[in-house]
Design a protein around this ligand. Sequence first.
Ligand SMILES: Cc1cc2nc3c(=O)[nH]c(=O)nc-3n(C[C@H](O)[C@H](O)[C@H](O)COP(=O)(O)OP(=O)(O)OC[C@H]3O[C@@H](n4cnc5c(N)ncnc54)[C@H](O)[C@@H]3O)c2cc1C
Length: 287
Amino acid sequence: MRLPKFEYLGPKTVQEACSLLAQHGDKAKVMAGGTDVLNVMKERKIRPEYLIGLRAISDLSYIKADADGIKIGALTTLTDLANSAVVKEKFPCLAEVPMKMATVQIRNMGTIGGNLCNAAPSADTAPILICLGAKAKIAGPKGERVVALEDFFTGPGKTVLGKGELLVEIQVPNQPAKTAGAYLKMSRVSVDLAIVGVGVVVTREGDSCKDIKITLGAVAPTPIRAKKAEAVVKGKKIDDALLEEAGKIASQEAKPIDDVRGSAFYRTEIVKVYTKRAIKQAMEQAK
Ligand SMILES: Cc1cc2nc3c(=O)[nH]c(=O)nc-3n(C[C@H](O)[C@H](O)[C@H](O)COP(=O)(O)OP(=O)(O)OC[C@H]3O[C@@H](n4cnc5c(N)ncnc54)[C@H](O)[C@@H]3O)c2cc1C
């Protein structure tokens, strides 16, 4: 399918991009890697008059470590995220996620910012980042603001980004000692979007789980924390019965729908099993 006609605008700075966005409003769409946006344009689901490409903004692609954790520029590709030595060292559970996504070509073009701003309930980078307590730095006509990634998504394809605003950075805080995570994804084939994604990050104390965050993807309009399941596990010694209970409670917190990828029933059952497995895996990694 051919792309509809549009005018390409290539700002060189974040400020320039924000003012173009504010100026053109609903007539404009941002493009990072284009792996999502060009497809929906080809399908005529959207027909922007202006495509604001971010690729000429060189200072949006970086991964930096500082005293608080790491900062990831929104234009960082999924490949760069997977290959980053600092991400592998500090947050191996995050470095592993892109390798569970898409194809080499898509990972080379697709960005972490695009994955989050596309706001698919199945976005694979979201669950583990939410579990890690990541924050989104947003730039706009009124300056910058920072929101918890957990509060970034407002519905399928919808985020808290307002008129003229861009996601510019993802901030991942340092974690306590003996903290590790796991992201498990169920999809028909590895290239496909998640039918269910379960992210877990635990802090371990002996055989007990001192702290835990569980985030479910593709089973609600946005990625959601399974807080009741977290409460079941937090502070307890992990055994099979507890894992069983956590999986059951997490599956009750999921609000899946039937769609082409899977039924609500199937998704609920997978949440049960994958929550159990992800907690177990994270606990083993946190030793
Ligand atoms: C074959 C194929 C397989 C795929 N597999 C997966 C998969 O396994 N898992 C998965 O999660 N996704 C998958 N995707 C979806 C997609 O590749 C990813 O979501 C990717 O990370 C999108 O990044 P991008 O830079 O290409 O986004 P773009 O297409 O450029 O943008 C996506 C959306 O975000 C907005 N946007 C982008 N950057 C910003 C920003 N900085 N600030 C504000 N708005 C912004 C755009 O306006 C657009 O609405 C797949 C896509 C294809 C075509």
